[in-house]
Design a protein around this ligand. Structure first.
Ligand SMILES: Nc1nc2c(ncn2[C@@H]2O[C@H](COP(=O)(O)OP(=O)(O)OP(=O)(O)O)[C@@H](O)[C@H]2O)c(=O)[nH]1
Ligand SMILES: [Mg+2]
Length: 687
């Protein structure tokens, strides 16, 4: 690699690049972005996550929790090229933002630590990149805290990757700490300087010997896909440096290897080398176009990777331009129709935006006021909209809370806030429960929902109160009876009279409700029968235990009427009275929803899942290895809805944050005994 910025053989990709910073929770992605921005002069001073002064975590929610909760975008210049970095959150709860951004990037820098406990998280993220065919470089961060040899660390991390992790740099140890590194491709040694470029030093003694060995290992892996290099190695011919760089770039681009660089983001160590590797080896936007199978032709083409509703700027669509040029006033289409007219083009620096000119292929910018554009949309300018390039389905939600505006006057505003909130983050869904009028937000975990409610208050100015959502209990009956319901009122003038005899009997589970009539001789006139049914249905909404009553049949068998005093209203009331008085005699019993739950977790946590399920009245149905995931298991169980409520919190804490589950309704089951009594008592207390 020439020091003057030209490539090894002149084939270096130039043009704007877009690179995602991804990796396990708290591995140092935001700190690395900060170091990159400081190193490239985009910011004056490198901020810290602790002080809440970083570009990546500038939002109120991120600063509050000292963690990233959404993708932050920052564009900088390095040696004459433009680079946009997407600082992605590490927590699995916020992974959706990363997943929608990834299809647009040229490569990902996977920031990780030498920590065995983070391997499942690393595997999870590498899996997303592998599935999307995105080239990836691993940045082994926090090298200032390293307490084991890098080669050992790599052995630990390798199972998480489907392709070989290829060590490109080895550390130079100074006693117990790492004082610098040797770049195996450059064959040059550097000593770290805090917040300054590393200094070249002479490679000598022990380090020179280690370098030869490590370099050979690196070349061997590269040679697996390069016969010529293999021959050179076998014949002890030293391959030219340019050839080594070419191979590194090619095998990164082809995703056959994952090169590994080392450093410490807090001290800006190893950052310049990383930037140079990105600049020389990460492919350009043409590769993204090919990867996505796009056919831009003469039109401009772009992908929306994130949507934001800012307080001042209104709606912004963060977009990567894949082909052509898009500027102020450009009208863009999606496959579904017109997306809108670009009102302004912005350069992003975290929360900070700067108006700029038109954006060209490869650039990542924000477009203002594309009212109809959504995250993941394929935008184009031609008469015929370009077909959709990507579809990112959010993971199914795992946790819910019911929310309510603190003040009634905010109800309408809350509805609007919900639509903005879910537009920004499609892994959140809002469900209105028609039965009890609960408004429930479903999300990916506890922190995800907490941040969602914080955003409602801070960004959309609607403070809300929250509580656990209502479980869908029902009740049914076990014993059939026959009962009379009579409604008679004679208080001067026009009276009211309705009289019915109902047979109430239990039906098999899942039958719902059935109404029949066997009236003969017109004892209840035809026209009043629907009113009787209405009265019955009304009364069944709230059974003797306090819940909707299901799985029963009600038959109208007898009754009487009065020519003057009978009315729809009176027969309705009579039907209701019969049910209200009759049901308590039918041995009512509580029904609770049971779901089929499928938990996925790293195998070492499977025994813990067993214990968690047992502690939550779960019925384990079986264990299996998770298909396509080495070292993971699937546990299937039947579980009561009430117990699934906060299950995810336990699953996550038993799996270093990576375990998850899906569930679907299976059946209603009778619930008796103490648990049932408590549920009924709680319901009474709440009424
Ligand atoms: N010792 C040391 N600490 C670091 C280094 N890089 C980051 N940290 C610390 O690691 C913690 C997490 O850093 P962040 O930059 O927030 O990590 P992140 O990956 O962005 O975290 P999430 O986005 O929440 O996943 C902070 O306390 C940092 O100061 C490093 O190179 N060395
Ligand atoms: Mg972060």
């Amino acid at each position: 690699m020439g020091q003057n910025g030209t490539g090894p053989n002149g084939t270096r990709n130039s043009g704007p690049r877009c690179v995602a910073l991804v990796g396990p929770f708290q591995s140092g992605k935001t700190t690395l972005l900060e170091a990159i921005l400081a190193r490239t002069g985009a910011i004056q001073r490198q901020g810290t996550v602790e002080a809440g002064t970083t570009v990546g975590d500038a939002s109120k929610e991120a600063r509050n929790h000292k963690m990233s909760v959404e993708v932050s975008v920052a564009t900088t210049n390095f040696m004459g090229d433009s680079f946009t970095f997407l600082d992605c959150p590490g927590s699995i709860e916020f992974i959706q933002d990363m997943r929608t951004a990834l299809p647009t990037v040229d490569a990902a820098i996977v920031v990780c630590e030498a920590d065995e406990k983070k391997v499942p998280q690393l595997q999870l993220i590498l899996r997303e990149l592998e599935d999307l065919n995105i080239p990836r470089i691993l940045f082994l961060n926090k090298i200032d805290k390293a307490d084991k040899r890098v080669r050992e660390t790599l052995k630990l991390l390798q199972p998480a990757s489907r392709v070989p992790l290829v060590l490109r740099q080895i550390p130079i140890w100074h006693g117990d700490i790492i004082s610098g590194f040797v770049d195996l491709a450059l064959e040059r040694a550097f000593v770290y300087k805090e917040h300054a470029a590393s200094e070249v030093i002479e490679l000598k003694g022990d380090d020179a010997g280690r370098e030869k060995e490590a370099r050979f290992t690196m070349l061997e892996t590269l040679a697996d896909h390069d016969d010529q290099l293999m021959e050179q190695l076998l014949e002890d011919i030293e391959p030219p440096r340019d050839k080594v760089f070419d191979d590194l770039a090619k095998e990164l681009r082809d995703r056959i290897i994952c090169p590994v660089l080392i450093g410490a983001a807090t001290r800006t160590n190893g950052v310049l080398r990383l930037l140079k590797a990105i600049r020389h080896e990460v492919p350009g936007v043409a590769e993204v176009v090919a990867r996505l199978g796009a056919e831009p032709g003469s039109e401009a083409l772009a992908l929306v990777l994130k949507t934001l509703h800012t307080a001042h700027g209104g709606k912004m669509s963060v977009t990567r331009v894949l082909a052509g040029q898009i500027g102020d006033g450009t009208t863009l289409n999606t496959p579904a129709g017109e997306a809108g007219r670009v009102a302004a083009v912005f350069k992003l620096m975290g929360q900070h935006t700067d108006k700029r000119g038109a954006a060209n292929a490869g650039e990542t910018v924000a477009f203002g006021k594309l009212d109809q554009a959504r995250t993941g949309d394929t935008l184009s300018t031609g008469k015929q909209a370009h077909a959709s390039l990507v579809e990112v389905k959010p993971y199914p939600p795992v946790l819910a809370i019911a929310v309510q505006a603190k003040e009634r006057k905010d109800d309408v505003k809350l509805g609007q806030a919900f639509s903005k909130l879910t537009e920004e983050d499609p892994s959140l869904t809002v469900v209105h429960n028609a039965e009890n009028h609960d408004v429930v937000i479903w999300g990916q975990g506890e922190m995800h929902l907490r941040v969602a409610t914080e955003r409602l208050a801070d960004r959309f100015a609607v403070p809300v109160s929250t509580r656990p959502p209502t479980v869908g209990y029902r009740e049914t009956i076990r014993k059939p009876i026959s009962i009379r319901g009579r409604h008679k009122k004679q208080s001067g003038g026009h009276g009211q009279f309705g009289d019915v005899v109902l047979e109430i009997k239990p039906l098999p589970r899942g039958s719902g409700f059935r109404f029949e009539e066997k009236i003969t001789g017109g004892v209840v006139p035809r026209n009043y029968i629907p009113s009787v049914e209405e009265g019955v249905i009304d009364a069944l909404k709230h059974g003797p235990l306090g819940f909707p009553v299901v799985d029963l049949a009600v038959t109208l068998v007898d009754g009487s009427y009065h020519t003057v005093d009978s009315s729809d209203m009176a027969f309705r009331t009579a039907g209701r009275i019969a049910i209200v008085e009759g049901l308590p005699q039918c041995q009512p019993v509580l029904l609770e929803p049971i779901h089929l739950v499928e938990i996925v977790c790293p195998s070492e946590a499977t025994a813990k899942m067993n214990a968690i399920l047992a502690g939550r009245r779960g019925q384990i149905l079986g264990f299996d290895t998770r298909e396509g995931w080495t070292g993971w298991d699937t546990v299937r169980a039947q579980m009561a809805e009430a117990e699934i409520g906060d299950l995810i919190i336990e699953v996550r804490s038993a799996t270093a944050g990576v375990g998850s589950f899906t569930f679907k309704f299976d059946h209603m089951a009778e619930l008796t005994g103490r648990t049932a009594d408590q549920i009924v008592a709680a319901r009474r207390a709440a009424e």
